[in-house]
Design a protein around this ligand. Structure first.
Ligand code: C2E
Ligand code: MG
Ligand code: MG
Ligand code: MG
Length: 285
């Protein structure tokens, strides 16, 4: 009896794996045409100072709208883009487009940072200091206003080549941030070896900050560590005023999350900036 149900489970498992593989292939096929068909766009989410709420910059987040499949979330298609190598061309388009929008803001007198996510795979697919430098020149963009967000897993590959590649990118004058910090396995030594400027605390630790004292301890430890390494700290996934207050009290200088704004199309950024007025802005200004 047990054996039989075990076998059934196994069959069910293999079938779903096949289905999964077919789905991935279908996604990849669609993604191949997405750039040419103008199905990709960028949304922008503000980063603010925790004390005043003042906006310091925006993170560019990729969006894919397929005419029949609808909106496909990045967590679903970025891995496919990485696996297939499509992240090479897509990632370059993201940088190009993000710099174009940020340059527009600068031209309108708003010196805002632009954060762009960079996959580890992009480094192998030709995104290097030369290419980045060409993009920066194309838009006449001040490199000190560009932040590249890389995930912690990149630090695990602390081979000399990876370190050297990142250092030559960093030498252009851009900033490097570790994204989703705390979810990977990086240690102090990794952080010291890479030319990193800031850490983004993963939203997983922010979510239960008001109810879970363990998370408070964790964030306190991360902040202490970041301080001793002279790294800037950003917390992502801030959804409530309570979370803002705690993070401010713990010493986290920058915040990002739905509490301030959800990611929005570029066309809405100016209007949002004009109307954005956090309650605590005047109280602490
Ligand atoms: P990420 O870089 O860590 O971006 C933050 C994610 O958290 C975004 O999800 C954002 O919409 C979401 N978020 C922001 N505030 C809140 C909040 O208060 N609550 C909650 N629950 N979520 C919040 P999104 O846009 O779905 O992107 C998911 C991930 O996909 C990104 O995580 C990033 O790793 C990847 N990604 C997005 N765009 C790009 C891109 O252009 N290139 C690469 N390589 N990866 C990208
Ligand atoms: Mg990010
Ligand atoms: Mg993140
Ligand atoms: Mg993430």
């Amino acid at each position: 009896r047990a054996k039989q149900s075990g076998r059934n489970q196994f069959m069910f498992f293999t079938k779903s794996l096949q289905e999964h593989a077919a789905e991935l292939m279908e996604t990849e096929q669609h993604l191949r045409n997405a750039l040419e068909l103008n199905q990709l766009s960028l949304h922008f989410q503000p980063l603010v100072r925790s004390r005043t709420g003042r906006v310091t910059g925006f993170e560019a987040l990729l969006r894919w709208h397929h005419p029949t499949l609808g909106n496909i979330p990045p967590d679903k298609f970025i891995p496919v883009a990485e696996e297939s190598g499509l992240i090479g061309s897509i990632g370059e388009w993201v940088l190009d487009t993000a710099l174009m929008h940020a340059k527009n803001w600068h031209n309108q007198g708003q010196k805002l940072y632009i954060s762009v996510n960079l996959s580890r795979r992009q480094l192998d697919l030709g995104m290097n200091d030369k290419k980045l430098s060409a993009l920066l020149s194309k838009h006449q963009f001040d490199p000190s206003y560009l932040v590249l967000e890389i995930t912690e897993s990149l630090l695990l590959d602390n081979s000399d080549t990876t370190v050297i590649r990142l250092e030559s990118i960093k030498d252009l004058g851009v900033h490097l941030a570790i994204d989703d910090f705390g979810t990977g396995y990086s240690s102090l030594s990794y952080l010291k070896r890479f030319p990193i400027d800031s850490l983004k605390i993963d939203k997983e630790f922010v979510r239960d900050l008001t109810s879970d004292s363990d998370d408070v301890e964790l964030v306190t430890a991360i902040i202490a560590m970041a301080r001793s390494l002279k790294l800037r700290l950003i917390a992502e996934g801030v959804e409530t005023e309570e979370q803002r207050k705690i993070l401010l009290r713990l010493g986290c200088e920058f915040l990002q999350g739905y509490y301030f704004a959800k990611p929005m199309p570029a066309s809405e950024v100016q209007t949002w900036l004009t109307h954005y007025e956090p309650e605590y802005l005047s109280a602490h200004a």
